[in-house]
Design a protein around this ligand. Sequence first.
Ligand SMILES: Nc1nc2c(ncn2[C@@H]2O[C@H](COP(=O)(O)OP(=O)(O)OP(=O)(O)O)[C@@H](O)[C@H]2O)c(=O)[nH]1
Ligand SMILES: [Mg+2]
Length: 215
Amino acid sequence: MSESRIDFRQAKFLISAPDIAHLDEYLPGDVGVEIAFAGRSNAGKSSALNALTEQKGLARTSKTPGRTQLINVFSLDADRRLVDLPGYGFAKVPLAMKIKWQAALGEYLQKRACLSGVVVLMDIRHPLKDLDLQMIEWAVASEIPVLALLTKADKLAQSAKMKTVNKVRKDLAEFGDWVSVEPFSSTKGTGKPKVLNILNGWCHPQWLTEADKPE
Ligand SMILES: Nc1nc2c(ncn2[C@@H]2O[C@H](COP(=O)(O)OP(=O)(O)OP(=O)(O)O)[C@@H](O)[C@H]2O)c(=O)[nH]1
Ligand SMILES: [Mg+2]
């Protein structure tokens, strides 16, 4: 099997889609491998993408929650893409818009065949809010593996960090191997090798590597 490692530093901006309901009109077909980054507004999605790709300006980060309104898609190579989804749970968004957005997000998670993994990012100081759990449940129900990434781990001392990681692992144990939980810090690089290993695995689903094989 061609298990060559994907070089995440090769990520390039591909397209921006204005909203998730029409995402598939913008994406280059429901083919290859897509990995989505989802999470509450301000959870650190864009920062994590930049840290993982070692490109400071790839995804735009902001101190103002709700910064990423568009869906930004980055290509890793001809077959593989990373998707930076707008944050959910942003307080200033009107309720009707929130409901619409959640429905579209659910549809994307459930219908996008090339979606090979979802990274659900949560601030380690406020993990597992209702919408985070909803995302995880949707993904697992669609048989998409989830990496629950506890971001801003640099904000906690080691003991508090491990306590939260263990608690979240326990709370998500019902999902078995579908969900893994790791601490992460974009600023310190904590957890980066583990995350890259998991994403690399998602980049090589059996059907793709089989198709890659020479006759
Ligand atoms: N200390 C620390 N701060 C972080 C880390 N990751 C992100 N931040 C900060 O958290 C804020 C939000 O980060 P973003 O990456 O823009 O968050 P986002 O999830 O993309 O936010 P939206 O696009 O609004 O949904 C910024 O001020 C970042 O500098 C981290 O690992 N450690
Ligand atoms: Mg963002």
